[in-house]
Design a protein around this ligand. Structure first.
Ligand SMILES: [Zn+2]
Length: 404
């Protein structure tokens, strides 16, 4: 083991079998093109170590020295997921994200399924950065958090009995996609005996206002029951959130799901229109949070809390398969890590966002995510070339303005 690495102290090591990846292009019955990745393990393995400061590094099998040219996390974060060839390139360099049997047979995966799992990792990194920035962009925080909460859970498996790799299923996500199975809480209606249905209400223990709220009977029925399938998307979104607001109560339920429901309910109430949330996790909203005067500190603080909870749940889920094990070669602690994907999450887990974050390069033609010290809020470009390119762009713009 190389001296520097040894002195810094490894948090964990991981060995990933080398992998051969081929891309094949296929067509569905409807003629839609898609790419498959054919993968098999080959002789040899890539050795990784996680050390504070250096982060996740590839180490030379023989000398134990860090191989500097491989920036594992940065390369993983910057794969162009629209191109199957780029996913292939990463796998051929670093190995596959899940464990494959060493039987020399090719296994086939859909390029998009793998892409969705990688995208989630990227969104998590971006969210961790977004909540650490000096000037928090709350729209961005909402968008990234919503992605993790609303995207349909994804899974890749080797065969039916295999656990495979799975994206985190938040309790909120589960409720959102099983909304029809919720118990109906109509029976909780409080009758006011005034003969006016507008006075009847459902009592709601609201985690946002932290008191019991009264959801009006007519309010509920106009927003939820009388809605038909031809209603516009914002109405459907509002109906679903209002239904969850009334019905999603369960003794064993985690409070984090309730935080999300109550928050979105109140966000709509102050006039933030959420047009739609798609199964791919994209949230569409026309209203900018910062432009609403009602989006005050209470809303800001609660959004950050929800974002943090979401980050925690992602980690808790993805790191579940890890357990401690003692290394008798070095007589030191180590961790048994089930696959490379978990190892990547594990290294992110050790990253201190108050110390270093991954920022997006401000050159619009680049957009690469690069590591930067949190205290260095001025570094906006990933390298000098991008900084110069952006400076030139600014120069051209101001020149054009003067000539006009
Ligand atoms: Zn750049």
């Amino acid at each position: 083991m190389n001296k520097a690495l040894e002195m810094a102290g490894n948090m964990f090591i991981y060995e990933n079998p080398c992998c051969d990846c081929k891309v094949t292009t296929n067509y569905t019955d409807d003629g839609v093109k898609y790419h498959s990745l054919q993968l098999k393990t080959i002789d040899g393995s890539h050795k990784y170590a996680y050390a504070p400061i250096d982060g996740l590094v590839m180490i030379d099998d023989k000398t134990g020295a860090i191989i500097d040219k491989y920036k594992v996390i940065e390369d993983f974060l910057n794969i162009d997921l629209t191109k199957a060839d780029k996913v292939k390139e990463f796998i051929n360099t670093y190995g596959f994200i899940m464990s494959l049997p060493a039987d020399g047979k090719y296994r086939i995966f859909n390029h998009l399924d793998i892409g969705h799992l990688i995208k989630r990792f990227r969104v998590l990194v971006q969210l961790m950065t977004a909540i650490e920035e000096d000037n928090i962009d709350y729209n961005k925080v909402l968008k990234l958090t919503a992605y993790l909460l609303f995207a349909v859970p994804r899974k890749i498996v080797l065969n039916e009995n295999d656990e495979g790799l799975c994206s985190c299923i938040h309790e909120f996500t589960h409720l959102w996609y099983n909304i029809d199975k919720l118990p109906d809480r109509t029976g909780y209606l409080v009758n006011s005996y005034t003969n006016d249905p507008y006075d009847d209400y459902y009592p709601i223990q609201d985690s946002f206002t932290k008191r019991e709220e009264q959801l009006g009977f007519m309010d509920y029925h106009e927003n939820v029951e009388n809605i038909d399938s031809s209603a516009s998307s914002p109405c459907i979104f509002k109906a679903k959130i209002t239904k969850l607001y009334r019905d999603a109560f369960d003794e064993n339920m985690d409070m984090s799901a309730r935080y999300v429901i109550d928050y979105l309910y109140h966000l709509i109430k102050i006039g933030i229109q959420i047009d739609d949330v798609l199964e791919n996790g994209n949230i569409h909203t026309h209203t900018k949070l910062s432009e609403s005067i009602k989006f005050d500190n209470t809303f800001k603080i609660q959004l950050i809390l929800i974002a943090k909870n979401t980050i925690k749940e992602e980690f808790d889920f993805e790191l579940y398969g890890i357990h401690p094990t003692y290394n008798i070669d070095t007589m030191s602690p180590n961790w048994k890590i089930p696959n490379f994907f978990t190892a990547l999450y594990f290294s992110l887990f050790y990253t201190r966002p108050d110390y270093e974050v991954y920022r997006k390069c401000a050159n619009p033609n680049c957009g690469r995510l690069f590591k930067v010290k949190t205290t260095n809020s001025r570094k906006q470009y990933h390298d000098v070339a991008c900084q110069n390119a952006a400076a030139q762009m600014r120069h051209r713009k101001s020149k054009n303005k003067k000539e006009q």
